[in-house]
Design a protein around this ligand. Structure first.
Ligand code: ADP
Ligand code: ZN
Length: 644
């Protein structure tokens, strides 16, 4: 590579740091940002893999600004997220960067006006969805820009959408390779927050990025605490979790079905939690309104299907809860990644039980997809189940799934992140080989004796020796396995079965989820495999332990919030001012200033514009637009004006 510093002509990349300070008001680049920005400023192609909250926007926005100032024209941002373009563009305009979007929400004269700005080379960034970009009309505009040297850069956001391996596959993304064929020398940067090795290879191949430099950041989100609890009464568990640990916080509760979304949202509201439903079955206007309230109001809990969330960059989501199992680790990681973008302590919490395993397996089996696809999906689900059943560090497992070794742990040394449930309160394990054999042999005997399989409930009754109509009707009281498992409670047996299903020794089939042995079960029955399972813990014990650990964690996580009384008063006044500005501009509050920025202002109470400019997140444009008003707010708090 050419040493930029040794060249006497200033390059576009030289402007990067001053621009970061001027436009974004940030003091320094975060670790991978500088290299990415310099590479792209200099016209290189890049593939950026960075976790949510890592700071991807700067990676393409800053080169866009630098290259526009150098006369190279507009950066086209490909994004699947029409609903969010308004806020993304609003955030840029707040920074003084001329940006726009073209999508179906615009009136035609608005669209014409933006096209004129675009063709005149005045726009710095233009956001559009792929299906729009690939229309003849749009391509003709790009041609015109390109001919005049005014197509600077193509940024492809959410690049994993091009891959069928991923969980957000969008057919339209496949067409994007056309851009490269048409504008071969225009640099491209593709960005994504999720990518296992397969997805990454797909992105490279389908977007023709073989020559691009890859920037792979650590996917660790150290401020997110991972907790997976055994489901007993999911509602009660969720209620405890929210009331004990997240009262008044903004959060997302993911559910597997639309109906459940509606029910849980209504139930949370009845408990006094400000909850809203979101799923694809709701009217577009209702969805939009709920999303807006989530983004703009404080402390809203969004109860949603996975239709909600992609690209939601609300920084202060304090928790993401799953009441149903996601499909795979990619989904789980992306959904939980929406918590704590601002770097402060946040929770990823999931309750998971026997029915989850059965349902997710069933959804794959019953789907119309081809066998190859089903095989892939099963493998992915198994990886997630292994995470849910893990006895060791969840973070290390998650990162291992993405090909990363946590904390440079040497082989044989157990990773310990100190911020997941298993690290904070290591689960007891027990040798369940005997119990597993009893369950498996009972399933075997059902088939031998009755010629059919039975579901989990009946199996547990037989193991525990509980007489019922069904045990009598089928003559199962005569089985040698009747009552052999009376020492375990029903809940404990459910735990054993769940784990046997998750580990692939048993499968559930047909309409009634009847249990069958898999070929792997034979080795267990023969006593060749030992089965070590998590101790089925009683809920109260878990709660108490979790509670203590949580108190410690949140104290550490909120240390930066210790403002003192005067600081708190300033913070409150600044937030109030911010809400008014946000309302006036029809934008979410965090677009005006992040909490972290207001906190710094509240802490240091700058008295001059110079001092205010040193606060992280205050760039030139915002200083000019809001500086005086902020100083006035701060002065008012110190010495409230007399209100006679
Ligand atoms: P991503 O798109 O990767 O999820 P964002 O681009 O939204 O992440 O950035 C996450 C947060 O980090 C935002 O609040 C952003 O303002 C902040 N941020 C990004 N880069 C920097 C930096 N160099 N210094 C300080 N804050 C930054
Ligand atoms: Zn851990």
């Amino acid at each position: 590579m050419v040493d930029v510093a040794s060249s006497c002509e200033p390059t576009v990349a030289d402007a990067a740091l001053p621009l970061l300070r001027e436009v974004f008001g940030y003091e320094a680049f975060r670790e991978p940002q500088r290299a990415i920005v310099e590479h792209v400023c200099a016209g290189g192609d890049a593939l950026v893999l960075m976790p949510t909250g890592g700071g991807k926007s700067v990676c393409y926005q800053l080169p866009a600004i630098a290259r526009h100032r150098a006369g190279r024209g507009v950066t086209l941002v490909v994004s699947p997220l029409i609903a969010l373009m308004h806020d993304q563009v609003g955030a840029l305009e707040e920074l003084g960067v001329h940006a726009a979007f073209l999508n179906s929400t615009l009136e035609s004269d608005e669209a014409r006006q933006i096209e004129r700005e675009l063709l005149a080379g005045r726009l710095v960034l233009l956001y559009a969805a792929p299906e729009r970009i690939l229309t003849p009309r749009f391509l003709a505009m790009l041609d015109s820009l390109h001919e005049r040297g005014l197509l600077s850069l193509v940024a492809i956001d959410e690049a994993h959408c091009v891959s069928q391996w991923g969980h957000d596959f969008r057919e339209e993304y496949l067409g994007l390779s056309q851009l490269h064929e048409r504008f071969a020398e225009v640099p491209r940067i593709a960005l994504t927050a999720t990518a296992d090795a397969h997805t990454r290879a797909d992105i490279v191949q389908r977007l023709a990025l073989a020559g691009a430099r890859q920037f792979v950041s650590s996917f660790d989100r150290p401020n997110i605490r991972y907790t997976i609890v055994e489901k007993d009464d999911a509602r009660a568990q969720l209620r405890r979790f929210i009331e004990d640990e997240h009262a008044g916080d903004a959060g997302i509760v993911y559910c597997g079905s639309r109906r459940k979304v509606e029910e849980i949202a209504a139930w949370l509201c009845s408990l006094g939690v400000g909850a809203l439903p979101y799923h694809a079955g709701l009217d577009a206007a209702v969805r939009r309104a709920h999303q807006d309230r989530f983004l703009r109001d404080d402390g809203i809990v969004m109860v949603a299907t996975i239709a909600f969330g992609m690209g939601i960059d609300k920084p202060d989501v304090r928790f993401v809860a799953h009441l149903d199992l996601p499909k795979n680790i990619e989904g789980y990681y992306q959904e939980t990644g929406r918590a704590g973008r601002d770097g402060a302590a946040a929770d990823a919490w999931m309750t998971y039980g026997l029915a989850d395993v059965v349902n997710q397996r069933r959804m794959i089996d019953d789907s119309v997809a081809g066998d190859d696809f089903k095989r892939i999906q099963r493998g992915k689900l198994d990886a997630l189940l292994a995470l849910a059943e893990a006895h060791d560090c969840r973070r290390a497992r998650l990162l291992a799934y993405f090909g990363e070794t946590y904390g440079g742990c040497e082989a044989g040394v157990r990773a310990h992140c100190g911020n997941c449930d298993n690290c904070l309160s290591p689960p007891q394990t027990w040798d369940a080989t005997e119990a597993a054999r009893k369950a498996l042999s009972c399933i075997y005997r059902f088939h031998r004796h009755s010629g059919i399989g039975f579901g989990a409930g009946h199996l547990i009754d037989v193991l525990r020796g509980k007489h019922s109509d069904k045990t009598a009707q089928h003559g199962h009281e005569a089985l040698s396995t009747f009552g052999v498992g009376a020492e375990l409670s029903e809940a404990q047996w459910r735990g054993v079965l769940r784990q046997l299903l998750a580990l692939g020794y048993v499968q559930a089939q047909g309409e009634f989820n009847t249990l069958q042995l898999t070929p792997a079960a034979r080795a267990v029955l023969r006593g060749e495999v030992a089965i070590v399972l998590r101790e089925p813990r009683a809920a109260p014990a878990r709660r108490r332990r979790g509670g203590e650990a949580r108190a410690l964690g949140s104290a550490a996580g909120r240390a930066d919030l210790a403002l003192g009384e005067a600081g708190e008063a300033r913070f409150a006044a600044l937030r109030q001012w911010r809400s008014a500005v946000a309302r006036e501009h029809n934008l979410p509050a965090y677009v005006v200033f992040h909490d972290a920025t207001l906190q710094q202002m509240a802490q240091h109470a700058p008295a001059t514009l110079d001092a205010l400019a040193r606060v992280s997140g205050v760039g030139v444009k915002k200083l000019e637009a809001y500086g005086e008003a902020i100083l006035r707010v701060l002065r008012e708090v110190e010495a409230p004006a007399d209100r006679a």
